[in-house]
Design a protein around this ligand. Structure first.
Ligand code: EPU
Length: 420
């Protein structure tokens, strides 16, 4: 197993290109199951999660070709059963349910297991399928959905913690082939939902309102093949912005969508960093003055993303003063805090709130990655820390960041990957 060593204290400068979005690519790959025609997806990031999703599709009968960032999928025939061995590695495998239900009118998918970032139910996905006329059975660890016919309906997907991203995706993917009109109220408005809707519309679907809380889908009889470029990854963008803030002299990120990361750039500007954007690049640099602590609350888009909470904790750990972060999407998502404390951070968790007392310096230490974004936070803290930070279980990083260590090296970080 690999581990990553970060030698702290080297300033970052220069520029890198941001990869395609993991959380767009996963449901969009699943959506190719909706047509027997070939689909071509470009800028698919080379990650273990996208590779798992392609393996699931192959298991379901699709032919898959991958040449660097371009993936071609032809799902001429599909079977509708995805067993535990195939789906267990990734919670997002659940998003094959919607397209399988749409295409085959039935699907059996093993239920996603527990997740360190908190309880991750799929009750809202199932509520949506039921509204379209599907029967849902949960037995032997599998969820089975089937419907002789799907019929458009009005369904509200607003949950206790806000809207659901993959739930909105799943119901949208089933509804595109339903008879009649489906209205999703309380829909997630994340850019990744819009990217999926754009792809589905290119396939011949009739979806309006993606990006708002009400999505209207007029069912069509069949979908055809399409080509699509995945949008830039806004969480990779945010993570590198924090890297630039934590120990940068000035870095520039290219191939980004600045409008997707406004909550992050606003927070960094409030803390005292210089942030400059063009249509498709963002630069961040220190402004010479003291940085300020922040009060942040994670929220569904366009609020501050839960997927940036851990990275922001790493930045605020060395920002003078008291910062407060409240997690409103996954209230227990604080696994990184214990590891950051081992590096000298002063953070107290009170319910869903982290109170961070900025310290002058962090110290390198052996730490353990617990999930994708927590791992990124440990790398960021390591860039700032005195000495060497040794991060184990880096397979979490490889799930969601394309060449993170290489991109940081390009910016001047001293970071190496070694075998344990
Ligand atoms: N929820 C329910 N019932 C459901 C579904 C969700 O109560 O049926 C709750 C969840 O427990 C959570 C909230 O609703 O409290 C939001 O969860 P959501 O369904 O939106 O999460 P998701 O769609 O499973 C995606 C991303 C996550 C990201 C969340 C929130 C993908 C593949 N995953 O998950 O990304 O944190 O939205 O923005 O798109 C990551 O990339 O590291 C990651 C975890």
């Amino acid at each position: 197993m690999d581990k990553i060593l970060v030698h702290g204290g080297y300033p970052l400068s220069g520029s890198i290109k941001i990869s395609g979005s993991k959380n767009s690519a996963l449901p969009i790959i699943a959506a190719t199951l909706l047509t027997p025609d070939p689909c071509v997806l470009r800028r698919v990031p080379d990650l273990s999660d996208t590779n798992y999703m392609l393996q699931i599709l192959m298991h379901l009968g699709a032919e898959v070709e991958r040449a660097s960032g371009t993936v071609t999928v032809k799902a001429e025939k599909v079977n509708s059963v995805a067993p535990y061995e195939v789906v267990r590695k990734m919670r997002a495998s659940v998003c094959v349910l919607g397209p399988l239900l749409g295409r085959c009118k039935e699907a059996t998918v093993s239920l996603p297991g527990g997740c360190v970032i908190g309880d991750r139910p799929i009750d809202l996905h199932l509520k949506g399928f039921e509204a379209l006329g599907a029967a849902v059975r949960v037995e032997n660890g599998n969820v089975k959905v089937f419907a002789p016919k799907l019929t458009g309906a009005v369904v509200n997907l607003q949950g206790k913690f806000g809207p659901t991203v993959l739930g909105t995706d799943n119901v949208m993917m089933a509804a595109v082939l339903a008879e009649g009109v489906t209205v999703i109220e309380g829909a997630a408005t994340e850019p990744e939902v819009c990217d999926l809707a754009d792809f589905l519309n290119k396939m011949g679907a009739k979806i309006e309102g993606a990006g708002t809380r009400r999505i209207i889908i007029e069912g069509v009889k069949e979908l055809h093949g399409a080509e699509h470029d995945i949008i830039p990854d806004r969480i990779e963008t945010g993570t590198f912005l924090v890297a630039g803030a934590i120990c940068g002299r000035g870095i520039t990120l290219h191939r980004v969508r600045p409008e997707h990361v406004i909550s992050v750039t606003t927070a960094l500007a409030q803390s005292g960093f210089n942030v400059a954007t063009t249509a498709n690049s963002i630069s961040v640099s220190p402004n010479g003055a003291h940085t300020k602590p922040l009060e942040l609350t994670t929220q569904p888009y366009p609020g501050f993303p839960t997927d940036m909470q851990a990275q922001m904790c790493a930045l605020l750990a060395t920002t003078e003063g008291t910062s407060v972060i409240t997690e409103k999407v996954f209230p227990q998502r604080y696994m990184h805090v214990a590891e950051l404390k081992r590096m000298g951070a002063q953070v107290e968790i009170e319910g869903a709130t982290a109170v961070i007392q900025g310290v002058e310096r962090l110290y390198g230490a052996p730490v353990m990655a617990s999930d994708l974004r927590a791992s990124a936070a440990l790398v960021l803290a390591g860039l700032k820390a005195d000495g060497v930070t040794e991060i184990r279980r880096v397979y979490h990083i490889d799930r969601g960041y394309e060449h993170l260590d290489e991109k940081l090296s390009e910016l001047g970080a001293h970071i190496e990957r070694v075998k344990e």
